[in-house]
Design a protein around this ligand. Structure first.
Ligand code: HEC
Ligand code: HEC
Length: 298
């Protein structure tokens, strides 16, 4: 008996030591990658200041999720708060916060490249979904950002916990956008129309959860109790048989065919409900023309 206990004690010590080594390696490697400096001086598109452009910028900020992570008033919001994974808030982008003091070059560098003014990668700011945004959309976004009133709210400091670092080092979460963005991406020149091409342009906002190939499955970095993202390709486990009206109802009201309520804590209907009829028609044209895939092949 004593021998077994002694052996168990040794085993526990070895396991502890291994966990510590993994954690130390994850901290060291992630800190090293977070410290990398990217020198990027992006061109700034024309920034209009008429009311129509500001209203379009407001709409772009609604449908691209900016308000979901930075707050409806863009005065900051905490969107992940898990001591083991991370505590992350979108910066206060109003004149009352640090984001409101950024120059246009700083803003474009953040939005299209995921890089902070000091050259380091921003944390979890999904620039990989924005690098292709058209000059018009980015110009209108900037016009809108310059028009919003000051909000005096300071979120808690961003930090990445031990599990977040292990998941990052293991390649499971897109923590550093500057590492994944295509820094040479050419801005799209989308024709705003009810076409699959325009739908593809809009659908980049869905890829973070539904995967680059839209077949859904586990969302990288989310806890196991999160539901899988749905398969949006027209296969039998996906949107086969969905009409355009079905898609509209799901994106506006969070209700799938048959009256099934979507889990809107996870599927951000608060974002997609802002899409116009034309945008939803374009998304439908794109999604229904995709190659059907089995669920979860990302
Ligand atoms: C998934 C959440 C998320 C979404 C969506 C998002 N952001 Fe962010 N954003 C962040 C986080 C987190 C930070 C802070 C990162 C840091 O401090 O390292 C940030 C930082 C920024 C910064 C840099 C602020 C600074 O002080 O350097 C700008 C500018 C910005 N976001 C604009 C936008 C715009 C515009 C959109 C929409 C097109 C957007 N963000 C969408 C999470 C998000
Ligand atoms: C933050 C993650 C996230 C983003 C971003 C997101 N989705 Fe989802 N979506 C989900 C999850 C999770 C589900 C599954 C919800 C459930 O099981 O009730 C889902 C379900 C759906 C469904 C229901 C499908 C079905 O068969 O039940 C549709 C349609 C959908 N999403 C479309 C979209 C579109 C279009 C976009 C982009 C404009 C988008 N989603 C962006 C997470 C997301």
């Amino acid at each position: 008996m004593r021998k077994i206990l002694k052996w168990l004690g040794r085993l526990a010590a070895v396991v502890m030591a291994m966990v510590l080594v993994v954690l130390a390696a994850a901290y060291g490697l992630s800190a090293w990658r977070m410290a990398r400096v990217y020198r990027i001086d992006p061109p700034v598109p024309v920034v209009p200041n008429d009311a129509a452009a500001i209203a379009r910028g407001d709409h772009v900020a609604s449908i691209r999720g900016c308000k979901d992570c930075h707050g409806q008033d863009l005065g900051s919001a905490t969107f992940i708060n898990d001591p083991l994974v991370a505590r992350l808030s979108g910066t206060n982008l109003t004149p009352g916060g640090p984001g409101g003091k950024l120059s246009n070059v700083d803003l474009v560098r953040a939005i299209r490249h995921g890089v902070a003014p000091d050259g380091r990668s921003l944390l979890f700011m999904p620039a990989q979904e924005f690098s292709h945004l058209s000059d018009e959309d980015v110009g209108d976004l900037l016009a809108y950002l310059h028009s919003i009133p000051a909000v005096n709210r300071t979120p808690p400091a961003n930090r990445v916990g031990p599990l977040g670092r292990v998941l990052f080092v293991a390649g499971k979460i897109p923590l550093l956008p500057a590492e994944i963005v295509n820094h040479h991406a050419v801005p799209a020149k989308p024709l705003v129309a009810t076409t699959a091409a325009y739908g593809a342009y809009l659908a980049a906002a869905c890829t973070g959860c539904h995967g680059p190939g839209f077949s859904g499955g586990h969302i990288p970095g989310t806890p196991p109790d999160w539901p899988d993202a749905a398969n949006l390709t027209p296969g039998p486990t996906g949107l086969a048989g969905w009409s355009e009206a079905d898609l509209k109802r799901a994106l506006r009201q969070g209700i799938a065919p048959g009256g099934r309520a979507l889990k809107t804590d996870y599927m951000p209907v608060r974002v997609t409900k802002n899409m116009t009829d034309q945008e939803i028609s374009a998304l439908y044209a794109y999604l229904s023309g995709l190659q059907p895939k089995p669920r979860g092949h990302r």
